[in-house]
Design a protein around this ligand. Sequence first.
Ligand code: HEC
Length: 346
Amino acid sequence: MKQAGNPCSAWHTLLLACATFIILGLAACSGTMQTAPTEGQTAVDLELLLSLPAQDISYQSQVRPVLGRRCVVCHGCYDAPCQLKLSSPEGIERGANKNKVYDGARILAAEPTRLFIDAKSTEQWRKKNFHTVLNEGTQEPRQNLENSVMYHMLRLKQRHPQPRVGMLPDNLELGLNRKQTCATLAEFDDFARQHPDWGMPYGMPNLDDAEYRTLVQWLAQGAPMDPPASADDPARQRIEQMKLFYRRHGDTYFNQQNWRRALTYYERYHVIDPDSLEIKRKITICRDKLSELSAASEKPSLAQKTPDEMRDQVKRLLEESGTESTWIMQYLFEEQSGEKDSETPW
Ligand code: HEC
């Protein structure tokens, strides 16, 4: 009996030991999951990925205000850190560049990198050494985060928050001449290891939860930019109307060889649409003609002129000084009221 009972209790002991082992093992396992996440789990905000809204977050009404409040103070001008301009979709898509715009030590002039002017498409910017801060590979929420330098910069700050009180840590350099790294995706791990406190917004209080959520979820959605204004958008229509107005008046005066007046209209057109080669060419012609004329004329004084010449000269001086009001011109030069259509059309 004793012997018969023995194997049984041995089994019990063994089973008990196994169960304890398994339970302890499980506990150990779950303990590990909570305290030491795996590499993949720390790389992205899973909770934000899981709660991704079905609809696109709006760049214009949700993302732009956050960038404007928290990032554009540094990433807004031509000399933004890493040349990264976050004030327009084109700037975000262009990305970052390691070259400094203002570099006192430079001997040769640098090739300019003005947004909208020196290159137009993303590929052109890549050829000018701009690297992306978004994911330009397969568009999938998790990869959109994993492959985005912008996301990693935001996440770095989240994991190393800035102290709410006291002085800024000494390792945050703030001078104009601070060396910048402008890490690419491949270099980011090294950057984060060397400068854990350099997350974005740099040297500023952390984004609040709602701001962080907006930016991260928008990046996860593939950083959708709202569709460009369509041709029947009222603001766009107004712009086209103004362009037509300046061009038409410019051309009328150009054909009359009234270079100065033509120039004022063309210059206004140029402000709205700096890319029109035709207008640029005409502006150059007007300026050349004007300088030829001023070189040629000896400018006799008013007193030596006939009344008609004096009248014409007064009219021209008024026009040159920007007097466009039709009523003044009509009052002074009543019989020449043909300039009526210089009223603005809007
Ligand atoms: C106080 C100024 C300041 C503010 C505000 C700021 N940044 Fe930056 N940002 C910097 C500096 C400086 C660097 C360069 C860091 C380096 O590489 O040395 C930088 C670099 C970056 C880069 C890295 C580019 C690359 O290629 O490595 C990204 C992305 C970025 N910022 C995004 C943001 C975002 C998004 C915000 C707003 C949430 C923001 N920044 C707010 C100063 C700022």
